[in-house]
Design a protein around this ligand. Structure first.
Ligand code: PAF
Length: 281
């Protein structure tokens, strides 16, 4: 496994692969890796010839300084996990490498409303930061395929929209959510949960599992209210629970007309914000 910290060195190295027509798969991460990240790495290993994983805690996507500060960082453990998984290349740049002075990396893009609801409402500016860093990393790595997790469904749609709108020749591939035994979706933020909080947080997945049953009897807004009520449990503070069109992220008004329906939710558990979702149609 090769480790690069400098953009230029990584680009030179990847050029040797590209010149031999070898395909490059890319898994961007913010580190504190878990099985969910490794499943993206494995998917890339299976379908491309060179897998690059980046570890960079992107400051521009955090709308609260304390959240950035508290974000878990486990670099040596991450490198061991990637090595064992068979990852070929790791890119661990400094903020100066990603955002060099004099280079305007901001993205001015109409996200067609995808950035407005849910995460966009509760984390203003978050998706501008995500789009900025993903675009910058794509410019550096120039992968054939980009692997992103379903857990961040809204992020996936925004990155896919960006790639299409800017004609970036990278296929954006979605990987299914990996869950702990309790059903809790794997997330770097889970590292900040105590054992009791982990148990409490499992209610989110249990509620998502109920939704399909409720949908058979109740209209969307009622189902959302029932889900929010189910999440009113000791230790939990639901932020939103929405049934949205899987393509536009607009609230669904019936279950027949949208081609895809996704239930998306965010909750707070002991000062840690968790998100999860379920594709229902
Ligand atoms: O999903 C994440 O971990 C981050 O948002 C990403 C895509 C690595 C960009 O910093």
């Amino acid at each position: 496994m090769y480790l690069f910290k400098k953009t230029q060195a990584l680009r030179q190295f990847l050029e040797t692969y590209r010149s031999k027509n070898r395909s490059i798969g890319f898994v961007p991460t913010m580190g504190a890796l878990h099985e969910g990240h490794l499943s993206l790495v494995r998917q890339s290993l299976e379908s491309t010839q060179c897998t690059v994983c980046s570890i960079f805690v992107n400051p521009t996507q955090f709308n609260e300084a304390s959240d950035l500060e508290k974000y878990p960082r486990t670099p040596s453990q991450d490198l061991t996990m990637l090595y064992k998984a068979g990852c070929h290349v790791v890119f661990m740049p400094s903020p100066e490498e990603v955002y060099p002075t004099g280079l305007d990396t901001r993205i001015k893009l109409d996200f067609k409303g995808l950035d407005q609801p849910m995460e966009g409402r509760f984390r203003p500016g978050h998706f501008d930061g995500v789009a900025q860093v993903v675009k910058r990393l794509l410019d550096i790595v120039e992968p054939d395929k980009l692997f992103m997790g379903q857990k961040d469904y809204q992020q996936f749609l925004i990155v896919q929209h960006m790639a299409r709108t800017l004609s970036i020749p990278t296929e954006v591939v979605m990987s299914p959510i990996v869950r702990e035994k309790s059903g809790l979706a794997m997330s770097s933020r889970n590292q900040r949960l105590g054992p009791e909080q982990r148990e409490q947080a499992a209610a989110l997945h249990q509620t998502l599992l109920q939704v399909e049953k409720w949908m058979a009897e109740f209209p969307p807004r009622e189902v959302e209210q029932m889900a929010l009520q189910a999440l009113q449990q000791p230790g939990l503070e639901p932020e939103y629970f929405q049934l949205v069109d899987g393509q536009t992220l607009q609230p669904v008004s019936d279950y027949e007309s949208p081609a895809a329906i996704v239930a998306c939710a965010a909750i707070w558990v002991g000062g840690v914000r968790l998100i999860d979702n379920m594709i229902l149609k």
